[in-house]
Every structure is written in C-alpha cells, then in structure tokens.
Design a protein around this ligand. Structure first.
Ligand code: ADP
Ligand code: AMP
Length: 220
C-alpha cells in the first residue's frame, strides 16, 4: 500500500505511523525525521534544513523533494510506504504524483488525522523526542517514559525539539493552514481522502485508521 498521512503538527502522525507501518508492513518515511537525522549528523542538508525548521517554515521544495524521492527509491519502499509529513504543499504533491506516474503506481489513500487546535497545542507542548531516533516520541503527561528524560525504546536522551517552542508552534500551525491544508482538496479531487478523528487513546486511533483504510479499499 502507498499511503500519505496528513494532519496538523502534533496530530499524532508519527505516533500512528510507527504502528500502522508495522501492521501494514510498509516502511514509515518521515521527512521531519530524515531532516533531524541530517541535523544530528551535521550534514550540509541538515545545516540548511535547521534554519527553516527552527523558524517554523517549510524547507525549500527542491531539497525536500530530492530527499523524499531518494528515500522512496530504496528497496524496502518498492512495494509501498507510509509517508508522514510529505507532501506538505501542492507542488510537493504534484512532484509525488509525477514520481508515482513514472513508476506506474498510484497512491491508495490519504489518511487525514483530525484534531482540534487546542489539543494539538497541548500535545506539542508536552512532546519529548529521543535524540537517537526521532521516531521514538513521548509526552510528559499523555505517554510519559518509564524514567523521566530517558527513551523507553533505546535508552536515548529525551529532549524538547527546538521547533516545539510556543512561538514556533504558532508559525507552524499557520504554515499548515496556508500551505499544507490545500493538499487535502487536491487529493479529494482524486477521491483519495479518508478522514478520521485522532482524538482518544493511541491504540484506538490505530484501529480506527486500519478500519477506515479497509472500508475504503473494499469500496473501490
Ligand atoms: P506529529 O507527528 O503529527 O507531529 P506526534 O506523533 O509526534 O505528532 O505526537 C505529538 C505528541 O502528542 C507526542 O508527544 C505524542 O506522544 C502525543 N500523542 C500522540 N497521539 C496522542 C493521543 N492519541 N493522545 C494523546 N497524546 C498523543
Ligand atoms: P515534522 O517532524 O513533520 O513536524 O517536521 C518538522 C519540520 O521539518 C517542519 O516544520 C519543516 O520545517 C520541516 N519539514 C518536514 N517535512 C517537510 C516537507 N515535506 N517540506 C518542507 N519542510 C518539511
């Protein structure tokens, strides 16, 4: 399956993507995680990306699309993938369509996670991310680690992302509304959008997502 996850920052895309990718046996590809890996390895791409990320802006399309295409071209993504945080604007969605067309494949669904803004703000404010692997995500009250400041999965140090500060979050939400939300209409026109509420316990949302994707597939 080829799936795009969409939703505001803090909606729980990464949290759900880890679970869905296991259930559906497809790799989880997060452009945010790829940028953060580049930042911790101090690559040129990481240095460039960090200035945009810290300001709450999108990293320029050219480098983002090249990075995402490179990752999607790896062998484990041959039969499917779950994209998290890509595409993030209409030009990236068009670039993805072109790539898929060249490969003679199509997207199966665009899973839209709906969460009210006040909840998203609370989720981001308490988010703690692992320095080793930014896929390992916790929340100080909603899903606290067993030992404060330590990742349950790998023992890495937990930290608060620089772009999770209050001012940057406001900017990221604005960028989401102006630049990312239009891709929902873009994909609605292709009949691909499956919307679910992302409120409630994490496992329930995973089941809700799997059920909605199955119903969508059966209806096609
Ligand atoms: P995104 O990838 O969309 O930015 P994350 O998956 O990183 O979002 O989740 C943001 C924060 O919200 C994290 O701290 C995570 O632990 C927490 N979270 C995720 N899903 C839920 C949920 N269903 N209920 C409460 N908190 C959640
Ligand atoms: P995320 O981990 O998805 O919250 O992304 C963190 C930040 O990385 C975003 O605020 C952007 O600055 C950058 N980023 C991630 N994905 C993209 C993308 N597809 N296009 C542009 N910038 C991105």
């Amino acid at each position: 399956m080829r799936i795009v996850l969409v939703g505001p920052p803090g909606a729980g895309k990464g949290t759900q993507a880890v679970r869905l990718s296991e259930e559906l046996r497809i790799p989880h590809i997060s452009t945010g995680d790829l940028f953060r890996a580049n930042i911790s390895q101090q690559t040129e791409l990481g240095k460039l990306a960090k200035s945009y990320m810290d300001a709450g802006n999108l990293v320029p399309d050219e480098v983002t699309i090249a990075m995402a295409e490179d990752r999607m071209g790896q062998p484990d993504a041959e039969n499917g993938f779950l994209l998290d945080g890509f595409p993030r604007n209409v030009s990236q969605a068009e670039a993805l369509d072109e790539l898929l067309e060249n490969e003679n494949v199509t997207l199966d669904a665009v899973l839209d996670l709906e969460v009210p803004e006040d909840e998203v703000v609370k989720r981001i404010a308490g988010r703690r991310t692992c320095r080793n692997k930014s896929e390992h995500v916790f929340h100080v009250t909603y899903s606290p680690p067993k030992k404060e400041g330590v990742c349950d999965v790998c023992g890495g140090e937990l930290y608060q992302r620089d772009d999770d500060s209050e001012g940057t979050v406001r900017k990221r939400l604005e960028v989401y509304h102006t630049q990312t939300e239009p891709i929902i209409d873009y994909y609605k026109a292709q009949g691909l959008v499956v919307t679910i509420s992302a409120l409630g316990p994490v496992d329930e949302i995973t089941q809700r997502a799997l059920g909605a994707l199955k119903r969508d597939e059966d209806a096609k």
